[in-house]
Design a protein around this ligand. Structure first.
Ligand code: MN
Length: 290
């Protein structure tokens, strides 16, 4: 199946600049005859909020942007192409994952990330909206999804892999996610159970009584010593072998994957293109096998 690459050029979900340039740099270096076309969606022009007390930073612009990504993913699927969305900060996935859900209807989601991204407007302490997307996809941050008229992802088919954040409000976020009934495999689970067990279990849960899944791969799941080019670094992440093993297990289940994102590449912090090369390897393995 041929792929449409959607460049989601926005960093409006985080008060650290630079991830809006990520998709341009990745797409310039991504060469494959499996690409049908590349679509560029730029963030709306605005003065990015850096007000500490603003707990809905750039909400209006994030919504405008999400809707554009959403429409682009819907059009891609309707034309029988596979959508790969390249971020951008993780808020860009609100549009991509809901676009896929709108058309594919009965699908689950795997969120591969050092962070839960499960804050709500009640629990966020920064107002950085890239901390809310997974909660939005389960339908509990409606201000972020007012363009969406479909059914949200069922928490029973929602799985996080690789969580290890030490953010100061992590207890509230963990409460939110547990209350909703989402499955979380944290970094300790990966160490204890092995990545093969964890990923296969995650796929079982996402695909249980569904027609497939959306995959969202945040590069910060990888330890920053291997992938320094991200906006929010977390220590003690997975190594490269594990990062690629995840992709290989996804490859084995490629027919179940209905849409894919790779997010949070921030070229400003990359060293010797280390993170860029990982991003290209991940995308090539998915593209070539789809
Ligand atoms: Mn993250």
């Amino acid at each position: 199946m041929k792929t449409n690459i959607i460049k989601a050029c926005s960093d409006l979900g985080v008060d650290i600049d630079g991830s809006d340039i990520g998709p341009m740099v990745i797409a310039e270096n991504l060469k494959s005859d499996k690409i049908n076309k590349t679509i560029t969606i730029n963030k709306p022009k605005c003065n990015k909020s850096n007000d500490k007390n603003d707990l809905k930073k750039n909400l209006k612009e994030v919504n405008i942007f999400s809707k554009e990504i959403y429409n682009s993913v819907i059009e891609t699927i309707n034309n029988n192409f596979f959508p790969i969305t390249i971020g951008g900060d993780h808020s860009v996935v609100i549009g991509s994952a809901l676009g896929s859900k709108k058309i594919n209807k009965n699908i689950g989601i795997i969120w591969i990330d050092a962070h839960l991204d499960y804050n709500t407007f009640e629990t966020t302490i920064t107002g950085n909206l890239h901390g809310l997307p997974l909660a939005s996809l389960n339908g509990i941050c409606e201000d972020l999804t007012n363009f969406f008229d479909g059914e949200y992802y069922n928490p029973k088919n929602t799985v996080v892999v690789g969580y290890r954040s030490k953010e100061s409000n992590k207890e509230q976020e963990l409460n939110n996610i547990k209350e909703m009934g989402v499955t979380v495999f944290d970094n300790e689970d990966i160490k204890k159970l092995g990545i093969e067990y964890v990923m296969n279990k995650a796929i079982d849960i996402a695909c249980n009584n569904t027609d497939g899944m959306h995959i969202s791969y945040d590069l910060d799941v990888i330890d920053a010593s291997f992938a320094p080019g991200v906006s929010v670094k977390e220590e003690d992440g997975i190594n490269l072998k594990t990062a690629y093993k995840i992709v290989d297990i996804l490859k084995e289940n490629i027919s179940s994957i209905k849409s894919f994102d790779l997010v949070e590449y921030n070229p400003k912090y990359d060293i010797n293109n280390k993170t860029l090369n990982i991003a290209l390897t991940v995308l090539n393995r998915i593209l070539e096998n789809k």
